[in-house]
Design a protein around this ligand. Structure first.
Ligand SMILES: N[C@@H](CCC(=O)N[C@@H](CS)C(=O)NCC(=O)O)C(=O)O
Length: 210
């Protein structure tokens, strides 16, 4: 059985949960409580020395310690439905949007949250090394998140999906990013009609309730 090291409230493991559901793969879940710092403890460090969730253990005991590895492995292990694209062009389009959503969306939200939240003092970046907060980065992160919403809204003009005219991992990552932006008080509004239309359509997929 596949084991997912998860945290129900965190965005990064949600990406892996949705991916597993879209692939129709059953798995066991081990919850890691980030609020009490369980990810930094010795027992989780032995599982993932990067001290982050998600991590996934395959049936063969292979440990995958980030979303990139989990997505690559899942697509090879269970090719249907293809979520990383099938043709060279589609694969490139999906990979490009996946990177933009991670960099302009998820990392911008993290930049804002982690550099401002008192609960994350000295934890401005995830991982085994502590870094102090830089308040100016929180401001820049917020501006980047707002711009990211505008970019997605523009992209979705005349499209049902973010990339390659098909449901893909880019849609999964974008849903997770758009939903998580609530934490820095950015939500889609009337200035984002395309984003709202796409998010409502995504909500029809059972996986998105995870
Ligand atoms: N590269 C990782 C990033 C994962 C990540 O940043 N996870 C966060 C939760 S969303 C985490 O584990 N944070 C632990 C911490 O803040 O100490 C991936 O996407 O797999």
């Amino acid at each position: 059985m596949i084991t997912l090291y998860d945290c129900a409230t965190a965005p990064s493991p949600r990406r892996a949960r949705i991916l597993l559901a879209e692939k129709g793969l059953a798995h066991e879940t081990v919850q890691i409580d980030l609020r009490v710092g369980e990810q930094m403890g010795e027992s989780y460090r032995a599982i993932n020395p990067q001290c982050t969730v998600p991590a996934l253990r395959t049936e063969d005991g292979l440990m995958l310690t980030d979303n990139a590895a989990i997505a690559a492995w899942l697509e090879a292990y269970q090719p249907e439905p293809p979520l990383l694209g099938s043709t060279p062009l589609d694969k490139a389009d999906i990979a490009s949007w996946q990177w933009r959503i991670e960099f302009e969306g998820l990392l911008a939200i993290a930049e804002c949250l982690r550099n401002s939240s008192p609960a994350m003092a000295n934890r401005a970046l995830p991982g085994p090394v502590d870094y102090p907060q830089i308040p100016e980065l929180a401001q820049r992160g917020l501006a980047r998140v707002q711009n990211f919403f505008a970019v997605l809204n523009d992209r979705l003009h005349g499209r049902d999906f973010i990339a390659a005219d098909q449901f893909s991992i880019a849609d999964i990552t974008a849903v997770v990013a758009v939903d998580f932006a609530r934490i820095v008080k950015v939500t889609p509004g009337e200035q984002h009609p395309e984003l709202l239309r796409w998010r409502a359509a995504m909500a029809l997929r059972q996986s998105m309730a995870l």
